[in-house]
Design a protein around this ligand. Sequence first.
Ligand SMILES: Cc1cc2nc3c(=O)[nH]c(=O)nc-3n(C[C@H](O)[C@H](O)[C@H](O)COP(=O)(O)O)c2cc1C
Length: 294
Amino acid sequence: MIWNTRITKMTNTQYPIIMGAFAIIGRAEFAAAFSNAGGLGIITALNFRTNEEFQEEIDKMKKLTNKPYGVNFTVWPPQVRQRSERAQSEESYFDFVDIALDADVKVITTSAYKAAKIGKKVHDAGCVWFHKSATVKHAISAEKVGADAVTIVGLEGTGFKNPNQNTTLVNMTMARKLIKVPLIAAGGIGDARGFLAALAMGADAVCFGSAIMATKESPASETWKKQVLYQDIFDEKFYKKIYHLELRDSPIGSMACGHVNEETTIKQFIEDIIANAEEILRRWGFEGNKITIF
Ligand SMILES: Cc1cc2nc3c(=O)[nH]c(=O)nc-3n(C[C@H](O)[C@H](O)[C@H](O)COP(=O)(O)O)c2cc1C
């Protein structure tokens, strides 16, 4: 089946599937595998310290894939920057943004805090800018300052949390009414039903985070992968981290891990999502060979 949405059109990807930004593991091998499997792989810039290191990663990516990919710039909020010297501001990324744009990276994503200056640089280079936020309110602000698409992370997701966060269901259905640019749903999605549900709720694409941490190409440690594969979703720590904003810096994934029981390749993961989604659509009576969501 052909999957056609505003995001596949904007990114030139086969599927409306986007890789999450990942501290520590968002590197070229992982991102290239994701892009080669038909999604939009993402290199996460905060994992690199110097211009040379970042340039090397981009060069590596070019060798590993000829498919579209993006680079994420996670901008830390001022209160986090006060606590940590290593937390990046928007300005501290400018050299990396230039390196990515010079290397012809077409999609730049930003997240966590305001990033309109990066957005402007991206637009000046004729590329697209996606911004990720934890609330619909911040997504509206991002649209106002020019983001070409917004990702909203539901309360079910891991990563940066916000006390005013809503669920993916509320985010997507509400944002669909309030926001014109394409939407990307993130948070708690780990199988074909979650994928289809997000599209039905108004998303133009789906972002996978926790669910792909234990794939073969993920550079996560074996311990970390085991934590995903064997995570008891009824364990209290899940609720503490995901819903009660505790265990802040612990590397606990979201409930999306509950859908993952074996270490597959990224290709297998994405193929399973698509094959199962298509099977569900057929069971629901969909007979076409092209699904168009605009
Ligand atoms: C290990 C890990 C590291 C992450 N690091 C970042 C990051 O540096 N920047 C960011 O914007 N999001 C980060 N995220 C969040 C993901 O990009 C994505 O928004 C989130 O995982 C979606 O929710 P899910 O885990 O339920 O799929 C991270 C997620 C995980 C699991």
